[in-house]
Design a protein around this ligand. Sequence first.
Ligand SMILES: [Zn+2]
Length: 433
Amino acid sequence: MSDNTMPVIPVPAGLDTRCFVLGKGALKYLPQLLKQEFPGLTPWIAADTNTWEAAGKKAQQYLIEAGMAPAEPWIFPGTPVLHPDFAYSEKLSAVMPEKCVPVAVGSGVINDLVKCASGLKKVAYCCVPTACSVDGFTSAGAALAVNHNKQTVKCPAPAALCADVTIMATAPAPMLSSGFADLLTKVVAGADWIIADAAGEQPIREDVWQLIQGNIRRWVADSSDMLNIFEGLAATGYSMQMMLDSRPASGSEHLFSHVWEMEGLQKDGQDVSHGFKVGVGLLATSLLMEYIIKTPVTEAFSKAAPVLSEEERSAEIDALLVKNCYGAEPKKISLAKFRTGQAAAERRELIAGIWEDLGKKLAEQLYSFEELQSMLKKANCPVTPAEIGLSREQFLHGIRTAQLIRNRYTILDFLYEAGLLDEAMKNLERMMA
Ligand SMILES: [Zn+2]
């Protein structure tokens, strides 16, 4: 292989993302990548002062040396920490030069801002990640606050990525830990999909399943192998592009994190990273699933709580949402999926019928709780609620509330419908010790 061959990783066909360059020293291929994928367009770098120093300056220099006459870069202040606010994307799209290819140089926030700005302006963009921190680099949609309300704003994924492992290695160590935890969630998210499939709620799509689940054990085998981890995180984004849905990448563990985020969770006055929240979440999910794996069906159902009336359920939901920081949707969503009377009885029958077979499938899919805990510890990730600033009450409340906020069918719906959520939650004591 000559020195001028770009280290290209294959991308599934038919996605927004057409070209993915990944390797040590990959940044030097940026001019070649842009010429190939965005011919005739002027590169325009957007960064913050930190990521400008880490990679932006060098990237700009490569572009100048290649005779590409890049536009004057846009550089956000690096401190205080840049928040992913939709208003910044609007601003970026307003100042974006004509006939340019935006190049987002940064971590998740910069990428989301540029992704959305490019979407608003209807131009394709290139992402140069500076940290191996989340799976959102390659997903369609940007996680932004719109009028203080965090949501996924629809916009295309990057058309190209240039990921230089040497640069990502200079990012603060907790960012890689966080990326590792986010990647590890795909194990339990897959298990949630198995549950949704078994309950007849959302069938598994084989090509998407294989893309992630066929490789996940290899990707998480070594929490210091950035090349492998970034490849996994990027593939997770592709799987979401294929499904036009985050199902392959996100299950109950992400729902917990959304709840804690809406509650403004902080640890020592700082926001907790996405990966650290979903990492603690995935341990909780694994303990809930272990209840199905280890409890014989007759023993489990002898303890099932009675089915509530619609009125009782409504009161239960109101009590969970009393903090009033979750928006208007959860009440509607949770009432719409609530089953009572005959429908609830039929559902329990279905659940009891698949319980033991499902337990076997889950055992095959999952690592044990102890294994997951030790993988996270080894990667320097928090493993208890307290380590991410959650009190016991807030942690347990988040588990119940997470079932209300989305239509995605997970272990939470399965156990709630079985009348066994409270029983299974007794397992959670093991991560609070
Ligand atoms: Zn995630």
